[in-house]
Design a protein around this ligand. Structure first.
Ligand code: GLN
Length: 199
């Protein structure tokens, strides 16, 4: 069993907790500084959920969680960012200052525009599963480009929607809002790899 901390300041965090619990992981909510000790003894992996990246970025700073989380990720803590979580991890955000800025991706917020700001798709993403997956997009960003150590894991309509860089995994869609645990299972495997390395 791995210990997964879910940032629970705002947005769709409960759904992540439910899927990781179903997969047999131990789940913790991170709401304040004492939930995230600097020695990282409390968690093996961190989820930054969807929501509103500007609000979450502000809360991270106000609650004095920002620097601890940034440093932990830079030191190798596995992190899974969905949608707003992806935006928070990006080193570059089109037209805006970045937040945690740990991942070599450039993102465009609300990239799909107003008309189709929320939609569902089905696609096979071999990195996660060989069967078609349901992809839920809610005022989603897309990744304009990856650089440095980041690699695209999936694209849709010519835009990157999932990427990985070492200990960091991001999706612009919301796998926690579907019944399919494939992306969460992928992250659980990442967490185990890093846990074994740290020993
Ligand atoms: N539009 C949101 C943002 O820019 C992200 C939406 C989401 O997380 N579902 O932060």
């Amino acid at each position: 069993m791995a210990k997964i901390g879910v940032l629970a300041l705002q947005g769709a965090f409960i759904e992540h907790e439910q899927i990781f619990s179903r997969l047999g992981e131990e789940v913790f909510e991170i709401r304040q500084k004492k939930d995230f000790p600097a020695d990282l003894s409390a968690i093996d992996g961190l989820v930054i959920p969807g929501g509103e990246s500007t609000v979450m970025g502000k809360l991270l700073r106000e609650l004095d969680l920002f620097d601890g989380i940034k440093t932990a990720i830079e030191k190798g803590l596995p992190v899974f960012g969905t949608c707003a979580g992806l935006i928070l991890l990006a080193k570059e955000i089109e037209g805006e200052a970045p937040h945690l800025a740990t991942m070599d991706i450039c993102v465009r917020r609300n990239a799909y525009g107003r008309q189709i700001d929320s939609f569902d798709e089905k696609a096979v993403i071999p990195a996660f599963c060989d069967k078609p997956m349901e992809l839920v997009f809610i005022r989603a960003p897309w990744i304009e480009r990856v650089f440095g150590g980041a690699q695209a894991l999936a694209s849709l309509g010519g835009h990157i929607i999932a990427a990985r860089q070492d200990n960091m995994l991001v999706t612009s869609f919301h796998p926690e809002l579907t019944a399919d645990p494939a992306v969460h299972a992928y992250f659980s495997r990442m967490v185990r790899e890093y846990k074994n390395k740290r020993k």
